[in-house]
Unconditional design. Structure first.
Length: 208
């Protein structure tokens, strides 16, 4: 599945009240759970429109990634991928005024390196955390069909909210995408992956 980033989604418009209720209405699944700062900002206006292009002082976070089994994949069986992306708050100057910007991941685009991609609404989790057996298909898993070494890249789309002083969180107009650092997966036949090295020889091998 391909994924196209939207820079100025029409359904996200500046709030007029500055309250949390406006954000909940626009993003019911992403209601901020972190309190906005309460210090007064006499030079700030609730009519201000903030766009992604205004966030030069607030780079989106990079997220850690992982997969199992431990950098290997068995051809024809699910390899499971996930990320530790979470809500992140930065402080700095926004339009010349002290502010906080909160980045919330909303979509995850996986490039598995073999010509296949997928987009998931969550960052996934390990089989153990999901209560699943090894090689179970998940929302963020992938099955390789040919031997090889593949470079995986995750690109996360973030929605941003900002806050000037005591005016509460309000949505930034647009979204931002941030790629992860690429990592490598080796796909091989089951006999190669499970028998070639035991856990004493390679403690990071699959199943160890």
């Amino acid at each position: 599945m391909s994924h196209n980033s939207t820079t100025e989604p029409s359904q996200w418009v500046p709030c007029n009240t500055g309250g949390l209720s406006d954000i909940v209405e626009r993003h019911p699944q992403l209601a901020p759970t972190i309190a906005a700062p309460t210090a007064a900002c006499p030079l700030c206006s609730i009519e201000t429109i903030v766009r992604i292009s205004d966030l030069q002082n607030f780079p989106a976070p990079t997220a850690p990634t992982g997969m199992e089994p431990n950098g290997w994949a068995i051809i024809g069986l699910a390899a499971n991928f996930w990320t530790g992306a979470s809500t992140h708050i930065s402080e700095g100057l926004l339009l010349g005024q002290p502010a906080q910007v909160m980045f919330t991941p909303i979509s995850y685009h996986w490039n598995f390196g073999d010509g296949n991609t997928a987009t998931s609404p969550t960052g996934g989790a390990s089989w153990e955390a999901l209560g699943l057996a090894e090689f179970t298909t998940t929302d963020t898993s992938h099955k390789y069909t040919a031997k090889g070494t593949y470079s995986i890249v995750l690109t996360i789309e973030y929605h941003a909210d900002y806050s000037f002083g005591d005016q509460g969180w309000r949505p930034v107009d647009g979204t931002i995408t941030m790629p992860s650092a690429p990592f490598t997966v080796i796909a091989a036949n089951e006999s190669t992956v499970l028998v070639a090295e035991d856990c004493l020889t390679n403690p990071h091998g699959p199943g160890c």
